[in-house]
Design a protein around this ligand. Structure first.
Ligand SMILES: NC(=O)c1ccc[n+]([C@@H]2O[C@H](COP(=O)([O-])OP(=O)(O)OC[C@H]3O[C@@H](n4cnc5c(N)ncnc54)[C@H](OP(=O)(O)O)[C@@H]3O)[C@@H](O)[C@H]2O)c1
Length: 358
């Protein structure tokens, strides 16, 4: 298994600059070119870079862990859930297709399922409320479910948000915050977000999270990459807001570029699950996150597809935008801006979603 060593790259200068008056409207062309370079580099060399890893990934003893995995009925999430369950963890499949989940549960016999549709923030809030009501510890939350609707026109959820932004960022953010009481109970615990190398070509305008202002032309690429960058930015602020004593690590993991519907998709998903499994179970992760916190590193831990610590994009280091994305996200998901502090104090926090009668 790969070992963790601190990142040696220095943070971008933007993290240390005073707040800029002129708001950035898009990525600079050098940043944009660098982003595409990262993407093509990973596409071309990922097999070589990850050749030191075993397949499937051997996991440490995890019999005592309770893990929630979203989107675990197919693809990378299914592999993550299967490998965690086979290694002895109690896995909760947080999915919208409960029929398929129950078929898998019967096959694996160690799991349970809960209904969550990330296109409905009500559904996310109700899932979290039901889970917290168990008063049981949660050790690992894996926000895996995601969409990339290639070539499709812009679509909006019933909550009124662009679908990539909602499924890939807003709903996982709501789930992470609402599950804090259970994660505190399970401390040391982890939130692992399945992110993407494509965040390197993303740009987030906190005043235009739905890409409707006309300042940028929408495409599925814009929707997907922006949502993945928003997730890194939000995770970085969450990571900062959680004191080391809370014992909750927040990470993003990139699965690599996993080609689906090709000759051996199972093998690909197996490979794509490794960085997340590593982030969720490696014993050195908490220590590594604490190290980043004590160094006041501007971004949360980011684990690359080859299970090595990586540096997220230059734009992800933009603290001004990250705090704006944090504030805007909390507003969009219907939570007060001091939610984290209040959860840490053991207070009840009301969310705008999940309130009406079922
Ligand atoms: N594949 C890649 O090359 C790649 C690269 C970088 C990052 N990723 C990330 O890896 C994660 C998993 O992707 P994948 O390739 O395994 O994709 P996938 O095979 O399409 O699986 C996506 C999972 O997300 C679930 N999901 C989608 N919309 C949902 C919703 N509204 N509510 C609840 N669950 C929903 C799906 O459930 P249903 O079966 O019910 O639709 C499915 O289980 C995503 O976050 C993706 O962005 C993938």
């Amino acid at each position: 298994m790969a070992t963790i060593t601190p990142i040696t790259t220095t943070p971008s200068s933007s993290s240390n600059e005073p707040l800029k008056k002129n708001k950035k409207q898009c990525l600079g062309w050098i940043e944009w070119l660098r982003g595409w370079f990262h993407l093509f580099y990973e596409f071309l060399f990922q097999r070589i870079m990850a050749s030191h890893l075993h397949n499937p990934m051997p996991l440490p003893p995890i019999n005592d862990l309770t893990c929630i995995v979203t989107g675990s009925t197919s693809g990378i999430g299914l592999e993550i859930a299967r490998q965690l369950a086979e290694s002895g963890a109690h896995v909760v499949m947080a999915v919208r297709n409960t029929k398929r989940a129950n078929e898998l549960i019967q096959k694996w016999q160690t799991e349970s399922a809960g209904l969550v549709d990330l296109l409905s923030l009500d559904s996310v809030a109700k899932f979290a409320e039901a889970w917290n009501a168990r008063a049981a510890p949660l050790h690992v939350l894996i926000n895996n479910a995601g969409i990339f609707s290639i070539g499709e026109p812009q679509k909006f959820s019933k909550d009124g948000y662009e679908e990539h932004m909602q499924v890939n960022h807003l709903a996982p953010a709501l789930l992470s915050i609402l599950l804090l009481p259970s994660l505190i109970r399970g401390s040391p615990s982890r939130i692992v977000n399945v992110n993407s190398i494509m965040h390197h070509v993303g740009f987030v305008d906190s005043e235009d999270m739905n890409v409707t202002s006309g300042k940028r032309k929408f495409s599925s690429m814009v929707g997907y990459s922006s949502s993945k960058l928003a997730q890194v930015m939000f995770s970085s602020v969450l990571f900062k807001r959680l004191p080391a004593e809370a014992g909750i690590s927040v990470l993003c993991a990139s699965p690599g570029i996993v080609q689906t519907n090709v000759i051996i998709p199972d093998f690909c998903y197996n490979v794509g699950s490794r960085s997340t499994l590593f982030a969720a179970t490696d014993p050195q992760i908490s220590e590594y996150c604490e190290l980043l916190k004590s160094d006041e590193w501007p971004v949360c831990a980011y684990i690359s597809h080859d299970c090595r610590p990586a540096n997220p994009s230059e734009e992800a280091h933009n603290l001004q935008t990250s705090f704006e994305v944090w504030e805007k996200t909390l507003e969009m998901i219907g939570l007060p801006s001091d939610s984290v502090d209040r959860f840490l104090e053991g207070e009840e926090v009301k969310c705008r979603y999940g309130q009406e009668q079922q």
